[in-house]
Design a binder for this molecule. Structure first.
Ligand code: 9MJ
Length: 678
């Protein structure tokens, strides 16, 4: 039961908490400089919630507790914008920016360019936020620019939208315009959650933001990672306007609105163009989607003089980045064979300019992806290239399929060596079974062997590898160490000096480390981190090569799949012969410090259960791990020992049933003492 009247000290505390929470929101969202941890913020918020729950009369509309969402609406009410929400004209590239600047100068009668505010163009949804006497009263979508929809309840859930404004000289009526967007990381997490629970995923962050803002139930919006960034004003009453756009943005910031940290004022058109190019380079590293730069005449008087054409202000322009998606024709599909024999279908495309480069190839990944796309040769495809990532095929434009479109036929033998193909059940990949018989696999395995993280052979590029394999000078990686100067000098485009340099690089690569060597072998699923873990665990190549799956599973982060691949690799006589040949050619490494295998509990799996009186569970785990044991969560026949503290339950029973050794706490402490002396 809530109490009737709230005592004044609680009312004061609630107000103080609201002020503090508001302050920390500004530190986080506006200044990008949090002063307290998330946990501390949550504890302040919970204290306020607690007070408000006990005394609902202390709850205010601008309380940060009100961001959790309200009861669902039946529909959004229309909102007529007092000042229309504008759209922007577009420009593409530097030339069109020069045209824009020329038009501005001509209209204003200026010889030189005016100052311009440059900012990123967020790819989100424009909204208008209305404040009366500094308190958020309504938020609306842009709609058609004249009339939008009232999405106040949803916008209220965004922590980056201030519910009460801070600072001096806040106009009694203030409308702030800006963009709501979803950061990329939040978008990825949202989609991952949706996928896990079998719900529909969103195509891109913009759609996700739009879908989240159009929820009739604001409690759903409250769970979505949305952000707001301010860039302009709507209706303002009761205070004088600033003189410039930059000053307006600075004021917005002092009142508690996030504005873009990438904002700048350019004094010349060259600076504007340089900004646009710089922003394009920054784009791939940002945690939110932008689709260009927005350039605005800084002086607000100039903005008024310039006026509008068809709802777009003449004083502003959106300069767009090159489109990241384009349509083109699928001319053919070729199948490339990778290092481990996997066949990758590669789409040969009619060259198309997308994402700033000309794209003629895109990966189709595997047969499942081709089936999902339902792609045929001759189809029109939508291809996408964002940032530096490899081009992807997004979808087929079904309506444009020509009658003569041909199905894509997966080959029934390796296109390079004609060996049979295999598909492991449960895997999408189809593999060539040719191994080192297959030139493609040979080429790729040599390329991997020589790569930076492996034996790092400088100067052994693709063109040279191709010739070495095609002329049968190199069959396995061990043959690299038998190459002679005359053989290298006989290759196309190989000067004598380069042949010498390459020979020297190959010779240098003999001195390596065990982790590099293991990685270089190209064992399936063994990346650099796994190679390091294996080297650390086993200490020597011989110990690793002799390990069975059980022993491999003792290595931290090695699961059944990796263990099978490693054991399978060393069980294969051809692989063992290559390793022996490499060793015989002088490939060597300093002895690896053995960390684990020499430790007293190495190779043992222990399970902790029940309550230990003398040692917290995580410390017990650390002590065991320090002695070389692996600590697992469940008991199986492979468990070496179970430590049972007080009130041990089902794990203890299971250990007894399986005949696994059980130690009580006293015995365990004695064992630790025996092994570590403390
Ligand atoms: C975006 N989308 O980031 C404007 N915008 O200004 C910025 N949009 C805009 N400004 C006037 N930074 C109308 C739209």
């Amino acid at each position: 039961m809530p109490d009737a009247a709230a005592p004044p000290e609680l009312a004061r505390e609630a107000e103080l908490l609201r002020v503090q929470l508001h302050h920390h929101n500004i530190c986080y969202y506006v200044e990008d400089n949090p002063r307290i941890s998330d946990a501390e913020y949550d504890s302040l918020l919970r204290r306020l919630q607690d007070i408000e729950n006990r005394h609902p009369d202390l709850r205010t509309a601008d309380s940060p507790t009100q961001r959790v969402g309200a009861t669902p609406l039946a529909a959004f009410a229309p909102v007529r914008h007092a000042v229309p929400m504008l759209s922007l004209d577009n420009a593409f590239g530097a030339e069109e920016l020069r045209d824009f600047d020329r038009r501005v100068r001509e209209r204003l009668g200026l010889d030189t360019s005016p100052d311009y505010v440059c900012e990123p163009k967020f790819d989100g949804l424009a909204v208008s936020l209305r404040y009366q006497d500094g308190v958020f009263v309504r938020g609306a979508t842009r709609g058609d620019g004249e009339t939008g929809e009232d999405i106040s309840a949803n916008l209220r859930t965004l922590a980056s939208i201030p519910l009460r404004l801070a600072g001096a000289a806040v106009p009694p009526v203030l409308e702030v315009r800006g963009e709501v967007y979803m950061p990329l990381r939040g978008f990825a997490e949202l989609n991952a959650r949706a996928e896990k629970s079998g719900e529909k995923t969103f195509v891109n962050p913009r759609n996700a933001a739009a879908g989240s803002l159009r929820q009739l139930d604001s409690r759903i919006t409250a769970t979505r990672p949305l952000r707001f960034c301010a860039y302009g004003l709507g209706q303002v009453e009761g205070r004088e306007e600033p003189d410039t756009q930059a000053e307006m943005l600075a004021r917005l910031r002092t009142w508690g609105f996030p504005v873009s940290p990438l904002l700048t004022v350019a004094a010349t058109l060259d600076e504007v163009i340089a900004y646009f190019e710089r922003l394009g380079a920054l784009r791939a590293g940002l945690d939110y989607a932008i689709d260009g730069a927005v350039i605005k005449v800084n002086c607000l008087d100039f903005q008024r003089q310039l006026g509008f054409v068809a709802r777009a202000p003449r004083a502003m322009i959106a300069c767009k980045f090159p489109a990241e998606e384009a349509t083109t024709t699928l001319l053919d599909v070729e199948f490339q064979v990778g290092r481990t024999g996997v066949l990758t279908p590669v789409a040969r495309l009619r060259p198309v300019f997308v994402g700033g480069v000309t794209v003629a190839n895109a990966t189709l990944h595997n047969a499942d992806e081709i089936a999902r796309l339902d792609a045929r040769i001759g189809d029109t495809l939508v291809v996408r290239r964002a940032g530096d990532v490899i081009p992807q095929v997004v979808r087929v434009v079904g309506e444009l399929r020509p009658p003569q479109a041909r199905a894509i036929v997966f080959p029934d033998a390796c296109p390079v060596c004609q060996s049979p193909l295999e598909r492991t059940p449960g895997e999408a990949a189809v593999r060539c079974t040719g191994g080192l018989v297959c030139r493609a696999q040979r080429r790729e395995s040599i390329r991997h062997f020589a790569s930076r993280g492996a034996l790092d052979i400088e100067g052994l590029g693709d063109k040279i590898i191709e010739q070495l394999v095609d002329r049968d000078l190199v069959t396995t990686v061990a043959d690299l160490y038998r190459l002679e100067r005359a053989q290298l000098a006989g290759l196309d485009r190989m000067a004598e000096k380069s042949a010498d340099n390459l020979l020297a690089a190959i010779a240098r690569s003999r001195e390596t480390t065990l982790p590099r060597f293991l990685f270089a072998l190209g064992i399936r699923e063994v990346g650099q981190a796994t190679a390091r873990a294996l080297a650390r665990h086993f200490g020597t190549l011989d110990a690793l090569a002799a390990a069975d799956v059980e022993q491999l599973l003792q290595v931290r982060d090695v699961g059944p799949v990796v263990a099978e691949h490693v054991a399978g690799f060393f069980a294969n006589a051809d692989n063992r012969a290559v390793v022996a040949a490499l060793r015989a050619a002088g490939v060597d490494w300093p002895e690896q410090p053995v960390e684990v295998s020499a430790l007293p509990l190495a190779g043992q799996t222990w399970v902790l259960t029940g309550t230990l009186e003398h040692l917290p569970r995580d410390q017990a785990r650390e002590r065991l791990e320090a002695l070389g044991a692996t600590v697992a969560g469940s008991v199986s026949a492979r468990t070496h020992t179970v430590v049972a503290g007080a009130k041990a339950g089902s794990k203890l029973e299971r250990a007894r049933a399986l005949g696994v050794r059980v130690l009580d706490e006293a015995e365990f402490m004695a064992l630790l003492q025996y092994n570590t002396g403390n």
